[in-house]
Write a new protein. Structure first.
Lengths: 117, 113
C-alpha cells in the first residue's frame, strides 16, 4: 500500500548541469502528472501521461524539460542545462482513470526540491 | 482558461476557533471539480475536500466544510474547532475534464495555541 514516491528528495545542481528526477506512482495507476511548485506559489502543471503515452506537455516551460514513462509505470523528468529559475519543488501525482471527470483523485508524492546554484 | 484566486496570503487563528479561507475561480466549463488541498511543511499534498460542480449540496468532511456559490464562482473552506495540526498551506484548486489541476497561490494558515 505504498503511496507515490519520488527521488531524490533534494537535489542541488550547478547551473548548466543536467538532472533527472524520478517518480514511482501507486501500482496500477494509469495516469501520472508532473507539477512545478516555485517557492511561495501553488503547483503548476507541467505534463501528463496516460500509461506510456504523453498526452499533454503544454506546461513544460522550455525544450530543456523532457519527461518520459517508457513502460507506463515509473516516470523521469529530465532538465537539461539547468538554470537558476528551474529551482523549485517538482511534484508527481498519480491517479486511476475511470473515464469520469473528478473520480480521478490525484495522489501526490513528497516532491523533489531542486536548487540550482 | 481556468484561474483560481486566493486573496488571503496568510491567516492566524486561535486553537478551537473557526476559520474561513476564501477562493474564487473562473472556468468556461459546465462540468468541473473544485478541491481544497493541505500542504504541511513535509510538502505532502493532501486532499482535504472536493466539490462536484453539478451538486448543489456543499461538501463536508468532519470539521471541514465548503461554501460553494456557483453563480459567484466562489468556493470557501471552513475549518471548525481548529487544531494545531491544521497549521499548513491550503490550496484551492479546480479541475476540468482534462484532469489538469489548476491551483491557487495558497493561504498559509497558522493555528495558535
Amino acid at each position: 500500500g505504498a503511496g507515490v514516491s519520488q527521488s531524490p528528495r533534494y537535489k542541488v545542481a550547478k547551473r548548466g548541469q543536467d538532472v533527472a528526477l524520478r517518480c514511482d506512482p501507486i501500482s496500477g495507476h494509469v495516469s501520472l502528472f508532473w507539477y512545478q511548485q516555485a517557492l511561495g506559489q501553488g503547483p503548476e502543471f507541467l505534463t501528463y501521461f496516460q500509461n506510456e503515452a504523453q498526452l499533454d506537455k503544454s506546461g513544460l516551460p522550455s525544450d530543456r524539460f523532457f519527461a518520459e514513462r517508457p513502460e507506463g509505470s515509473v516516470s523521469t523528468l529530465k532538465i537539461q542545462r539547468t538554470q537558476q529559475e528551474d529551482s523549485a519543488v517538482y511534484l508527481c501525482a498519480s491517479s486511476t482513470r475511470t473515464g469520469q471527470i473528478g473520480n480521478n483523485e490525484q495522489f501526490f508524492g513528497p516532491g523533489t526540491r531542486l536548487t540550482v546554484l | 482558461a481556468q484561474t483560481v484566486t486566493q486573496s488571503q496570503p496568510e491567516m492566524s487563528v486561535q486553537e478551537a476557533e473557526t476559520v474561513t479561507l476564501s477562493c474564487t475561480y473562473d472556468t468556461s466549463e459546465n462540468n468541473y471539480y473544485l478541491f481544497w488541498y493541505k500542504q504541511p511543511p513535509s510538502r505532502q499534498m493532501i486532499l482535504v475536500i472536493r466539490q462536484e460542480a453539478y451538486k448543489q449540496q456543499n461538501a463536508t468532511e468532519n470539521r471541514f466544510s465548503v461554501n460553494f456559490q456557483k453563480a459567484a464562482k466562489s468556493f470557501s473552506l471552513k475549518i471548525s474547532d481548529s487544531q494545531l495540526g491544521d497549521t499548513a498551506m491550503y490550496f484551492c484548486a479546480s479541475m476540468n475534464r482534462d484532469d489538469k489541476i489548476i491551483f491557487g497561490k495558497g493561504t498559509r494558515l497558522h493555528i495558535l495555541p
